[in-house]
Design a protein around this ligand. Sequence first.
Ligand SMILES: Nc1nc2c(c(=O)[nH]1)N[C@H]1C(S)=C(S)[C@@H](COP(=O)(O)O)O[C@H]1N2
Ligand SMILES: [Mo]
Length: 579
Amino acid sequence: MADSVKIKLPPHDPIASTLSAADDRIVLSHWLPPQEGIVPRIRIGRRWISILWAIPIGAAALVLLVALSQSLREFSSVQAFIKEYPGIAQAAPSVDSGFPWWLQLQHFLNMLFMMFIIRTGIQILADHPRLYWSRDCTPGTEWFRFQHPVPEGRIWTSKDDSVTLPGWLGIPGIRHSIGLARWWHFSILLLWTINGVAFYVLIFATDQWRRLVPLTWGVFPNALTTAIQYASLNFPVDHSWTRYNGLQQLSYFITVFIAAPVSIATGLMQSPAISNRLGLLGKVLNRQAARSIHFISFSWFVLFILAHGIMVFVTGLRQNTNHMFFGVKNNTWSGLPLFVLALAAVGLAWWVASPFTIRHARLVQRTGEFMVGWIKGLAEWWDPNAQLTEKDISPHFWPNGTMPNSAEFEALVAEQFDHYRLRVGGLVETPREFSFSDLKALPKQEQITTHFCIQGWSGVAKWGGVPMRDILDIVKPAPDARYAVFYSFSEGAAGGGYYDVHEIHNMRHRLTILAYEMNGAPVSVLHGAPLRLRCENELGFKMVKWIAAIEFVHDFAHLGAGQGGYNEDHEFYGYRMPI
Ligand SMILES: Nc1nc2c(c(=O)[nH]1)N[C@H]1C(S)=C(S)[C@@H](COP(=O)(O)O)O[C@H]1N2
Ligand SMILES: [Mo]
């Protein structure tokens, strides 16, 4: 390249030689060993109840419901009520365009996309298998978990907490494969959202919206009588070609116009760049609240898909598949083969998704970066301005990562970092070494902010340290310096030095600091002493702990496996991670 001829590149910081190459696929022997979770539990008060209870309770409730509905229908008043509200509101306008081809296509795509979205969503959840309402994620305050209680009396990192899923359930099922699951989740979600927007436009451009949008209060009594009729196993007359009954209308409406947008919004609100940007909304609907609502919305989708799937079969498979897979209103066999074909396509995708992801992990990462990298790039420019107050500081702050274990680092700890030197070099006018007291002599900045770990937990702490912009002013990066590389004293989980790359504009942000204090005390070794980065619009893994050196570079392709950081190289994360 022309510019590399012009400028003489300074040699890399010596620590760069500790970086390691990485596999382009998941090699299980290099990966975190598997660890089983437990059957999901929900906390009610102080008791943890296994969700397996839903099976007998649900079955008993179903039997009771059938018996109750059947006896209800004996009453003449109920019969009159059903006659008045037979299932479809009298005033509901009918749809004249049947099931057009675009609706069939969108329905199929939706089915295919949902398979990926749901499975990768569960995979993402398995990386921190606990749900909370409060942003600090203190162990014991969860309302849902499929992991044992957090062990006491030992360091239990968030990686220790992640669990393995079966490969048919999660994508790719492997423990701590959140990086890959997220690429799928976000890329397919982008397609799903495009499909959804096209669906909104098309249903309102035609008369199809009338199927889904209830126009009178009559939808409620009609939904009730539909439920009674279904539950009594004496189904109402089906008019799906032109009009949906009250129950269909309500459940479809909730799915399309409530659950889908709620899922998208609460998904985005789990991102540091977005949550920190939303002011009061980001505080009230903090990351854990958003994550819990995201999960509840997901549960609605799963229940809806189950119920919807069952109804397709029990209310007339041939007629239903003729509607949705062939667009005809008759009793021929035309739709069924296409339905079977569609199921086979989804089944095939289901079958290959996990093995493909394990084998072609780097490809999944690259494709994901291509699909949604631009959205992440845009989000990086959002100004993360959310600061909290002392009373928001979390009583518990999950630790994460692999601790340094070199003799060099131990010696530094033993003499309380007296001989610690932070090297700052690379493409800068004045490379420098800072002693710990040099750094402390610079103006100190304090901030109370939320930490967003990619795995799902969050925590609030007060950080104190040196603003990166002041370091930049001292060393003066050259005009062609585009990234700052942070090298750590520690190795990553699979060996090789831990490092991470940041866009230089993020280094000038007023909340980007090299923290040496946490909650008013020196940062502990567990949390990154002597120095750890705070960069408030990125996910936690980008905030390197135990910083040994900072280097400014034009490009990072030559570092490690070239992906822009240790987790990017080894765990297939993206180097821009504001979402
Ligand atoms: N050197 C180094 N820095 C690291 C890590 C690591 O493994 N090594 N883990 C990262 C991750 S994934 C997170 S969430 C945060 C955790 O910081 P904490 O231990 O203070 O919570 O540190 C980040 N910095
Ligand atoms: Mo993390």
